[in-house]
Structures are given as C-alpha cells and as structure tokens.
Write a protein that binds this ligand. Structure first.
Ligand code: GTP
Ligand code: MG
Length: 238
C-alpha cells in the first residue's frame, strides 16, 4: 500500500492496472509509456549481464585451454526482479522514475564469481577492472575489511557499454567475487538471516560471525597449501 501511495505521489493520478478502466485514455497511455520504459530498462540490464558473462566466460575458457588451472569455479547471474527493484528504490528514497533508478540503484544486474583461492579473487577483479571498455565505478573490499556480520567478498560496480542500433548505453553491473568458503558462509548466513529476519538472537549472530572467521582461516590455509604445491600461475607475458 505504501508503494502504491508512493507511485501515486510521484506520478500524479497515474493509476494502477486495476483502476485503468475508469481512468480514461490519457492515464492508460501514461501507464503504458512508463511500463515500456521499465521493460526497456530491464532489457538493457539483461544485455549488461550478457556482456559481462561473455567476458568472464572468455577468461574461464582461456584458462582452461591455455593453463592447467582455472581460478573461476562458478558464475551465477541474476537480474533484480521488478518487485525488489521497486522495494529498494522506495527503501532508499529514490524517485520512481527510470532516470533516478538507473542512477541510484546499481545492483539491478548482478554477477557472482566464485574462485578457489583468495588471491584468485583479486586476480579476477584485476583482469576485469583493467579491460579497456569497462569502468570501475566503485569497489568494496569486504575481504580485507569483513562486514560486522562476518560477510567477506570483493564487490565491484563496473560499467559496461551496450552497443544498440542507435545509441551506446552504459549500464552498471555489480560483481561479487568470492572464494568457495566465503560463498558457503554467505549462503548459509543468508538463509539463517532470512529465517530470523530482524530479530536474530545475539548468541547466534556471534556464532555466525565466528564461523566467518573460521571460513577466513580455511581460506588462508588453502592458500598456503596451494603456494606449497605450486607457484601461483602467471601470465606468459609476465
Ligand atoms: P544492498 O542494498 O543489499 O544491495 O546493500 P548495499 O548497497 O549496502 O551494498 P553491499 O555491498 O553492502 O551489499 C550488496 C550485496 O552483498 C547484498 O545484496 C548481498 O548480496 C551481499 N551482502 C552484503 N552483506 C551481506 C551479509 O552480511 N550477508 C550476506 N549473506 N550477504 C551480504
Ligand atoms: Mg543488493
């Protein structure tokens, strides 16, 4: 109901679909125009995911064919659903216009890359960040500085150009790069958090944070093992 009120406040008498019948032609066409704008927005971010996925897949295939080792374990993509996009825009006080949403919600397109080792996390980030057509808009290093919850991951917002028939559109894509241990922790924590929503008992929160430290220890240990077994892979040009 709050969302409906907000949409009405931002767009005057723009009706919701149920009320369209009594709204008349003008309101109907405004609603359609807005809906079309949002469909176009979704399409752009889907293209953003496709472009970034191709880049990541090219790196993965190159690693698999040229080296005997790939730092990329798996990749998952997601496009924010219209519901959670609206919910986030309302939550952070973003105007419910396509322009404002494009400027202020930067995780509409999301890609999660899971790596074997912590060093791979930075390695992959570096390989993508230095690609000529990409612009890094923001970096949050929750590996070096974990969140209070115990969350660790390297986050990058990269802007990727999308070449359309008449224009070039630049869309931000959120990259979450993490190790298998970080991913294991985050997926369990997410489930527990979801179950308890806001009222997570303090002893559980402390336990989860501690499990995060264990995951970090495991990463450190695996890194040491790897260094002992073989030197870190280098690009032939190095
Ligand atoms: P959002 O509004 O959630 O996108 O957060 P933000 O804009 O403050 O960005 P931040 O970099 O903190 O988090 C972005 C994303 O990282 C989240 O949507 C989650 O996918 C993930 N994330 C951040 N913190 C946590 C955490 O404590 N636990 C888990 N499981 N995931 C987290
Ligand atoms: Mg998010």
């Amino acid at each position: 109901r709050e969302l409906v009120a907000r949409i009405r406040a931002e767009h005057g008498d723009l009706p919701l679909p149920a009320g369209l019948a009594d709204g008349g032609g003008e309101m109907l066409s405004r609603w359609r125009a807005l809906r079309d704008e949002f469909l176009h927005l979704q399409l752009l971010y889907r293209f953003g995911i496709q472009e970034m996925s191709t880049k990541i897949d090219i790196l993965r295939q190159e690693f698999e064919s040229v080296y005997d080792y790939s730092p990329i374990e798996h990749v998952r993509t997601r496009l924010k659903s219209p519901d959670s996009l609206f919910a986030k825009a309302v939550r952070q006080g973003t105007d419910l216009t396509v322009a404002a949403i494009r400027a202020e919600v930067r995780d509409i397109a999301g890609i999660r890359i899971t790596c074997s080792f912590v060093s791979d996390v930075y390695w992959i980030a570096e390989m993508l960040a230095t690609q000529e057509d990409l612009t890094v808009l923001a970096t949050k290093d929750y590996v070096a500085a974990p969140k209070k919850s115990g969350y660790r991951s390297l986050h990058l917002i990269v802007e990727v150009p999308i070449f359309l028939s008449r224009t070039v559109e630049r869309v931000p894509v959120e990259l979450q790069i993490r190790t298998i241990a970080m991913d294991f922790w985050a997926s369990i924590e997410h489930k527990l958090h979801y179950k308890y929503s806001a009222d997570m008992p303090p002893h559980l929160a402390a336990e989860i944070e501690d499990a995060g430290r264990l995951a970090a220890d495991l990463d450190a240990r695996m890194g040491r093992l790897r260094d002992e077994v073989r030197p870190s892979p280098r690009h032939p040009d190095d």
